[in-house]
Design a protein around this ligand. Structure first.
Ligand code: IMP
Length: 181
């Protein structure tokens, strides 16, 4: 698996540091709000579990599964399908959307619109990675972990064709891996 990686972009140490920093910011901003953290499956699962351990106030969390990319495609379609919806009502809640990476912005743009119709009291976004070079929809990300250049990355929950999610760091996949598969 490691041999398919061209270079490491975010090391395990940097991941830890980033979660501590984001956790502190969220702890300060959401004290007494009992926020609902919404993890966008499957990519954000690892990040979410590390992040919430660094948030030192009462919170709740729930999961939603959406799909924006086809199995073998590394470019966006602009389509966002809900594969698993939330179990928790959003009405009156302070919602924190937890994403692995914001790329074109389509996914978060659509989710924000949806959550507004469910009458969330407030909606903010925490994204572990931000790839600003590819943005099409200008979504405001309140908490950014690490900004990265325009490259297809895997690891720390992120996949190519459902693989590499279990790498403990974020790496750039060698282009020949996704052009030959
Ligand atoms: P967006 O809708 O284009 O912003 O894409 C968001 C989703 O696409 C993320 O939640 C990821 O699941 C996926 N994605 C975007 N870029 C990458 C990448 O470099 N590696 C793996 N998944 C990605």
């Amino acid at each position: 698996m490691n041999s398919d990686i061209e270079k490491i972009l975010v090391s395990q140490e940097k991941i830890k540091e980033t979660n501590v920093r984001l956790g502190k910011e969220l702890t300060k901003d959401y004290a007494d709000k009992n926020p609902l953290f919404v993890c966008i499956l499957r990519g954000a699962a690892m990040f979410m579990m590390d992040l919430v351990k660094n948030v030192d106030i009462p919170i709740e969390y729930d999961f939603m599964d959406v799909s924006s990319y086809g199995g073998e495609n590394t470019s966006t379609t602009g389509e966002v399908r809900i594969l698993k919806d939330l179990d928790t009502p959003l009405s009156g809640r302070d919602v924190v959307i937890v994403e692995d990476i914001i790329d074109t912005g389509y996914t978060l743009d659509r989710l924000i619109e949806l959550f507004k119709t469910r009458n969330a009291k407030s909606i903010s976004i925490v994204s572990f990675l931000d790839k600003p070079a590819r943005r099409i929809k200008h979504v405001h990300v309140d908490y950014v972990g690490v900004q990265i250049p325009d490259a297809f990355v895997v690891g720390y929950g992120m996949d190519f064709d459902e693989h590499y999610r279990n790498l403990p760091y974020v790496g750039v996949l060698k282009p020949e891996v996704y052009t030959t598969k």
